[in-house]
Design a protein around this ligand. Structure first.
Ligand SMILES: Nc1nc2c(ncn2[C@@H]2O[C@H](COP(=O)(O)OP(=O)(O)OP(=O)(O)O)[C@@H](O)[C@H]2O)c(=O)[nH]1
Ligand SMILES: [Mg+2]
Length: 327
């Protein structure tokens, strides 16, 4: 199949073609990269904008269970749902976050759903690009909602937040009155905090945790992209399917408000600019290490700095001057 044929099928919502297209953007082969770029160009501007929801949470909070239940609810409403994963640490189990298909078996079987496990991967830059391109492909394929899951480790939340229209933080009930070690930076990115497992014995703890986070959110600096009451904390139970409809209603109301106040378009435009600049930066870094003579020059200058023969800054200035003279 050539690129325009794949593009046509993707645009028609063909899930197999979509899977193929994503495999293409995940490939590191140079010829595949050329095809992937051509494919993206073909599809630019086709399809409607999906609602991109980033979902982050530490291992075991119930991300998979939540996505399964939430996805099924959306599918019941006739919405098409795609699920993608960003997992730079997939080496941890040698697998992928969505590899545990057991907990998404119902969603997997839905004709309106598309689930893509994360590939095994090494560095975050590559992860970001592949996920970004996969999100765009899902959007071109006409999905209404694209859920992007990540385990709450390291910088992957930032990547996911930069890919999303809404960023959801999933938490588990905390024991006692300790606040979980959620970093302030992560909290500041959240549009909605969902405290999961608000059921059975855990319900009181979930309510307390929710109240604690609601309080913490109120202390954050007000963001221009938020209407009154946002960001907000709510309880849900993925297992009992409780609160998911309310959470969805809140997501929709936030989306609608941002759309009608211009924040949606502004954010998408800023994200596009961010990814363009990021890609150029990554490319420059690759170019820097690609040429053996450049690597050697870096090594030599680094040695001189280490021996105290040059200051780091003047050595860097020399190096940059040499590079731009070459370029
Ligand atoms: N009581 C209760 N347990 C839940 C709920 N959601 C998930 N769990 C349980 O929590 C455990 C972890 O759930 P997962 O959905 O696998 O969590 P995860 O965040 O995907 O975990 P990782 O994939 O390891 O990052 C499982 O034993 C679930 O049954 C819930 O709403 N209530
Ligand atoms: Mg999981």
């Amino acid at each position: 199949m050539d690129v325009s044929e794949i593009a046509e099928k993707v645009a028609a919502g063909d899930r197999r073609a979509l899977a193929r297209a994503i495999t293409l953007v995940e490939s590191t082969r140079a010829d595949h990269r050329v095809q992937a770029l051509a494919l993206a160009d073909h599809l630019r501007g086709t399809g409607r904008q999906a609602l991109r929801i980033g979902l982050s949470g530490t291992p075991g909070v119930g991300k998979s269970t939540f996505i399964e239940a939430f996805g099924l609810m959306l599918v019941r409403q006739g919405l098409r749902v795609a699920v993608l994963a960003v997992d730079p640490s997939s080496a941890r189990s040698g697998g992928s976050i969505l590899g545990d298909k057991t907990r998404m078996e119902h969603l997997t079987r839905q004709p309106l759903a598309f689930i893509r496990p994360s590939p095994s991967q090494t560095h975050l830059g590559g992860v970001a690009r592949r996920t970004r391109e996969a999100v765009a492909l899902c959007e071109a394929a006409g999905f209404d909602v694209v859920l992007i899951e990540t385990v709450g480790v390291g910088q992957s939340e930032t990547v996911v937040a930069e890919l999303s229209d809404l960023f959801i933080l999933l938490l588990a009930p905390a024991g006692g009155d300790e606040l979980q070690g959620v970093k302030r930076g992560i909290m500041e990115m959240a549009d909605i905090i969902l405290v999961n497992k608000a059921d059975g014995d855990l319900k009181p703890a979930a309510m307390r945790t929710c109240a604690d986070y609601a309080g913490a959110l109120r202390l954050l600096r007000r963001r221009p992209q938020d209407p009154d009451g946002f960001p907000k904390a709510m309880t849900v139970s993925a297992i009992e399917d409780a609160g998911l409809d309310t959470a969805w209603a809140e997501m929709c109301s936030l989306r609608d408000w941002r759309k009608s106040h211009g924040h949606w378009d502004t954010r998408r435009a800023a994200q596009a600019r961010h990814w363009f600049e990021d890609e150029v930066r990554q490319g420059l870094l690759r170019a820097l290490t690609a040429k053996p003579e450049t690597r050697a020059a870096m090594q030599a200058a680094g040695d001189a700095v280490a021996r105290g023969e040059m200051t780091p800054d003047s050595a860097a200035a020399d190096m940059l001057a040499k590079l731009s003279a070459q370029g």
